[in-house]
Design a binder for this molecule. Sequence first.
Ligand code: ATP
Length: 139
Amino acid sequence: TERSLVLVKPDGYRRGLTGEVLRRIEAKGYALTALAVLTPTREQLAAHYAEHEGKPFYEPLLEFMSSGPVAAAVVEGHGCIAGFRSLAGATDPTAAAPGTIRGDLGRDWGTSVQQNIVHGSDSPESAAREIDIWFPGLG
Ligand code: ATP
């Protein structure tokens, strides 16, 4: 079956949304096959966001992502990569549809394009690469 790497980012973790995000994943029928809470290292984040290096939002994004704990999960299930991205909603919470994690739980005062509660892999190749960053050996 397909796998995706999901992160509850520092804003979501800090706001106590980890359980709600995991609940939605399980309610959709996906399995959680690895779970961890950790404060990301600079090395993990540089690897995870390698494609964005050099962009204007790159340094602020790494700063934000290392600002506190994240919850990391390996999610498994048929079509779970697109499925989780559909659960998450649009990258910008102000544009995310009601019923999605970002659409329901995003807040003008607390979230932004940068602080958008969750991350989910965008392809099987990204998932394998990202799983190995957050769960070494599992990717
Ligand atoms: P995600 O994978 O997190 O659901 P995405 O893959 O659609 O979102 P990317 O374009 O890969 O988003 O950007 C990764 C992350 O970088 C975003 O989730 C967001 O936190 C941050 N980001 C992206 N674009 C911007 C921007 N213009 N300003 C600030 N932060 C941004």
